[in-house]
Design a protein around this ligand. Sequence first.
Ligand code: Q9C
Ligand code: ZN
Length: 342
Amino acid sequence: MKTIFSSTQLAHAPAQEISDGKLKPAVEIPGRAEMVLAALKDRQVGDIIEPAEFPVRPLHRVHAPDYVGFLETFWDSWTAAGRSKEAFPFVWPIRSLRQDTKVEHIDGLLGRYSMDAGTPLGGNTYQAARASADTALTGAKMLLDGEQSAFALCRPPGHHAGYDFFGGYCFFNNAAIAAQYLRDYGLHRVAILDVDYHHGNGTQSLFYDRPDVLFLSIHADPKDEYPYFLGYADETGEHAGTGFTRNWPLPLGTDWEAYTPALEEACRWLLVYKPEALIVSLGLDCYEKDPISGFKFVSDDFIRLGQRLAKVGVPTLFVMEGGYAIDALGTNCVNVLEGFAG
Ligand code: Q9C
Ligand code: ZN
């Protein structure tokens, strides 16, 4: 299986994040991609290729142009306001506040275009996020050109980012952008299976009213875990998309054995839906030693996950999402890919 990756994705290198009531060392860091690259080379998974540079158009198919523009010009505005370190939002247009104001201050704009204060935005974030989206788009194009599988080593990740907001370390929704690209260039039915530990709220919201992109997600129960406000079992789609979203929230402490029934059910939905392509939002944060997560996967479970996904028998694009246990991240990620390749 080929991997797509650009070193531009390393340029987003946050030092700190707000977590547990304090500034802590950031966990969504360039070293994550470097560990995966090292394991890919060590275990000779396949060629690692550079993404093509795509125009902004495929991003505008998923994200609001004003949101994309905000990210593009953010650092200029931030430094013009006299700030020099990475930014965190701190005020949001929550219920009772106006949604329709034409905010100009950079602190207002940060709140307007974000869902949390846990996602540092720095000087190179836009360039890295664009490169990450290019990586996913290149993978999508490879499927259209006949590859049976590909691995988009995306970083920063994407599945929490929505139409006009960033959050959860995500800026552009790489998996959604790839899915929309597949739809725009010939496929009729695309499925996204999100196995990141956290619910993919951004992806779900982007396709919630559509039957042409099936969204399935297995994740920690949002009543106990980020993103808290989406990802419950009663969310199954709306309007024309009714029945084309499915969520399997699982309790903290879930291990592979307790995870399997949900995975089997998700795979049954894939069989019924018969997608022409499958996008796997591949978080590795179900791992037992993940520093911010609460599931109990051991490294070999990721081989089993890859093996099970191969049995679905659909052209598959893996898009990397979360996973923060740096030392094991390469092993766990390549375990999925090798399990899949058989
Ligand atoms: N105290 C992804 O895995 N909150 N994002 C962490 C820890 C945010 C994770 C707080 C977690 C977002 C792509
Ligand atoms: Zn995650």
